[in-house]
Design a protein around this ligand. Structure first.
Ligand code: SF4
Ligand code: SF4
Length: 356
């Protein structure tokens, strides 16, 4: 017989770092486009799994010398490779026991709403009255919270006792009835220290403006994160358009030219890794600052001998670099230097790299 204990053992064996189970009743009142019952009307349980982001994958970003590891191994590799293998292997075992199971990693590319919940225009239509517009996108952080895996911090990130803000979430939706775990009381892990607010380079996490919801029997509140600001700064660009003569920075989604922010050493967004690779900001506020703060107050089970931040945080001086750089060495349309700019200097900060 399939038990919650057995399911959890299998999830850990297949590669999850933490697992918890929620019952489907906790989704009562969910928006139709995010409701797992729209995908499996007979669903009884949602199994939520955390896949840790290695603290080491953030090391190179922290030092300012190696950014790709976080985007590859801490982001895209987990989302598009490691997590799908785990959720599908767990779903197979559940189906071996005669219960249907949906291996749900990240299928958000086909969702009918964008990442702030707005309808995507002219994308898809419902197949019958009362049905959601395809694709439904189950809110993975909320699924994790409703399963008792952790709580939603002020930053909107899932915080767990095991890893703080350092994980991604995958789920299995199943018609197997499994013993649920208790929902974590809000405030258990997030103490509203606001380190995430102070260190987000986008200013995307407001101090006061919030989203409130009743979830799992609790009043839950998190910052109303400005995803447009985050999406720009996340890939390394500043919000405002580039001044003439500054390095260009082309946003991949709309071609608007921007300049790199002080949190990015790249003249333009590096190429994607595992369908992502855009995490140039290295989650400076919502993950790194939060992790540092949570570890400092002993709120994370995954302990380390040394603190994460060991040297002063760096900043790239783009004003100085731009004025002294005759061309952007990586852009197909080189940026002319300002009229008063000197010739190429003999020795510059080590910011150049091979073109894609
Ligand atoms: S940095 Fe502080 S306020 Fe922000 S999510 Fe983490 S614990 Fe909560
Ligand atoms: S990913 Fe970066 S820009 Fe976005 S909220 Fe986190 S710290 Fe801010």
């Amino acid at each position: 017989m399939l038990t919650a204990q057995k399911v959890k053992e299998m999830a850990l064996e297949f590669g999850a770092d933490a697992v918890a189970i929620g019952n489907i009743e906790r989704w009562e009142g969910a928006p139709i486009q995010q409701d797992p019952r729209q995908i499996m009307p007979e669903a009884k349980s949602v199994i939520a799994m955390a896949f840790r982001v290695m603290r080491g994958s953030l090391r190179g970003v922290e030092e300012g010398t190696f950014f790709s590891n976080y985007s590859a191994m801490g982001y895209g590799g987990i989302t598009y490779l490691y997590m799908p293998m785990t959720v599908i292997n767990l779903a197979k075992r559940i189906e071996d026991e005669g219960h249907e199971a949906i291996p749900y990693g990240h299928q958000s590319d086909w969702r009918a709403i964008d990442n702030v919940g707005r309808d995507r225009k002219n994308f898809s239509v419902p197949v019958a009255p009362g049905r959601a517009i395809p694709d439904v996108a189950v809110h993975l952080r909320i699924a994790a919270y409703l399963a008792g895996l952790g709580e939603i911090g002020w930053s909107k990130m899932l915080l767990t006792k095991q890893f703080g803000p350092r994980q991604r979430v995958g789920i299995v939706i199943t018609d197997a009835e499994l013993e649920p775990d208790p929902v974590m009381k809000p405030g258990t892990l997030c103490n509203r220290c606001m380190a995430c607010v102070a260190q987000c380079p986008a200013g995307a996490i407001p101090k006061v403006k919030s989203v409130k919801a009743k979830l799992g029997g609790y009043d839950v509140e998190w910052a109303d994160v400005d995803m447009d600001r985050c999406n720009t700064c996340f890939v390394g660009a500043e919000i405002k358009t580039a001044d003439n003569g500054m390095p260009d920075y082309v946003e991949p989604w709309n071609g608007i030219r921007k300049k790199p922010g002080w949190w990015s050493p790249f003249f333009k967004k590096p190429r994607n890794l595992y369908n992502t690779g855009q995490a140039v900001c290295g989650a400076r506020g919502c993950t790194r600052a939060c992790m540092i703060a949570m570890e400092a107050r002993g709120a994370v089970d995954n302990k380390f001998e040394k603190p994460f931040r060991r040297r002063p945080a760096w900043k790239v001086d783009w004003e100085h670099i731009a004025k002294d750089s005759p061309v952007n060495p990586t852009d197909s349309a080189p940026v002319p230097a300002p009229a008063a700019a000197p010739a190429a200097p003999a020795a510059k900060p080590p910011v150049k790299f091979e073109a894609d």
